[in-house]
Design a protein around this ligand. Structure first.
Ligand SMILES: Nc1ncnc2c1ncn2[C@@H]1O[C@H](COP(=O)(O)OP(=O)(O)OP(=O)(O)O)[C@@H](O)[C@H]1O
Ligand SMILES: [Mg+2]
Length: 214
């Protein structure tokens, strides 16, 4: 099958100088539609840098020295701002720091609804609320309808990680990049979260780049 997301000969260094430390050295992989690709490596081996490079989200001092990423055959490093914004709806990223990922001053549900409606302006407020509540329920957030109104600080770590999976999948992306999502969780919750990602991505035909340190 043609690749959906393809990383080609990616080399990333810590800075621009020729002597800068190389973090990724000529890394390539491809992800087909609906495929799940796993990346396993020790801590500090470059997994987060790889997953950020895959979504064009490297920040200084991390510098792409060579290589590129194609999404549906288009070079994401050559995209204009508007195309990049559209890409963010098709390629979602979930990291391992759930507490820092949402705005602490706004309720969890409202933030996810806002993201969904930014992408899908034809969806009414009411429909968006209902869909987000249904998804919060699907990731087994207890009393989803009332938790929808909670602020991020009122969620436990495991609940927040699950809410972020909802946040990542609410726009129905073609690709989910899941970077160490189970790292902050105890093994039982981690196993549930993995099962949920599998169920939801099966349901929505999402391809997954699943990154884990063990
Ligand atoms: N912004 C940065 N500034 C300096 N060094 C960085 C930066 N980001 C990553 N590094 C370095 O790049 C290397 C790879 O880091 P990365 O975060 O990708 O590791 P990882 O495989 O995701 O580890 P973990 O399993 O602990 O999440 C590490 O040596 C790290 O110190
Ligand atoms: Mg990491």
């Amino acid at each position: 099958m043609a690749a959906l997301l393809e990383l080609r000969n990616m080399t990333v260094a810590l800075g621009r100088s020729e002597t800068a430390k190389v973090i990724l050295d000529d890394v390539s992989f491809s992800l087909a539609p609906k495929e799940i690709v796993g990346v396993v490596g020790a801590s500090a081996s470059g997994k987060t840098v790889l997953s950020r490079a895959a979504v064009n989200w490297l920040e200084p001092p991390l510098t792409r020295r060579s290589g590129t990423v194609l999404f549906e055959g288009r070079d994401i490093y050559a995209m204009k701002e508007a195309d990049m914004r559209a890409l963010r709806q098709r390629v979602s990223y979930v990291g391992s720091n759930p507490m820092g990922a949402l705005d602490p001053t706004l309720p969890v549900g409202a933030q996810i609804v806002e993201k969904m409606r930014a992408v899908m302006p034809d969806v009414s407020r009411r429909q968006a609320d209902d869909r987000v509540i249904a998804l919060l329920d699907a990731v087994r957030i207890p009393s989803a309808r009332s938790r929808f109104h909670d602020y991020p600080s009122q969620f436990s770590g495991g609940m927040m990680q699950r809410a972020l999976i909802v946040d990542a999948l609410v726009t129905n992306p073609a690709v989910l990049v899941a970077d160490n999502v189970t790292q902050p969780l105890d093994v039982t919750v981690a196993a549930q979260v993995i099962r949920l990602i599998k169920e939801l991505t099966d349901q929505f035909d999402t391809a997954v780049l699943f990154i884990s340190s063990s």
